[in-house]
Design a protein around this ligand. Structure first.
Ligand code: ZN
Length: 110
């Protein structure tokens, strides 16, 4: 098994802005600046309005790969196992089925 390469946010930002550049107004003035420091690497990125909007949209769209939604009971985050990390409830149809079965078993006194 190979280990994934260490994340490089400076390089990622450079590639992100390079993707936007062909569509941006070459005369547009920066409206914001993002400074990134990763170990000894530094990156200062002036953002035009288009780039700032694109970065904002990208950050807002991002979803954690471990995010499986919200708990139907308390609204806490669910893990990939559909167990609520806040209250421990097993969520979803599978969770409801397991909870019903557990209740029936408890009522029978097994
Ligand atoms: Zn919960």
């Amino acid at each position: 098994m190979t280990t994934p390469p260490a994340p490089d946010p400076v390089e990622a930002m450079e590639r992100f802005l390079a993707r936007i550049a062909p569509y941006d107004d070459p005369a547009a003035e920066p409206v914001a600046t993002v400074d990134l420091r990763v170990g000894r690497l530094r990156g200062t990125f002036p953002l035009t309005e288009r780039a700032a909007r694109a970065l904002t949209e990208a950050l807002n769209r991002w979803a954690d790969p471990d995010d499986a939604g919200r708990c139907g009971d308390c609204g806490g985050p669910l893990g990939q196992d559909l167990v609520c990390r806040a209250c421990g409830r097993l969520d979803g149809i599978f969770g409801a089925t397991v909870a019903r079965h557990a209740q029936r078993v408890a009522e029978r006194g097994d």
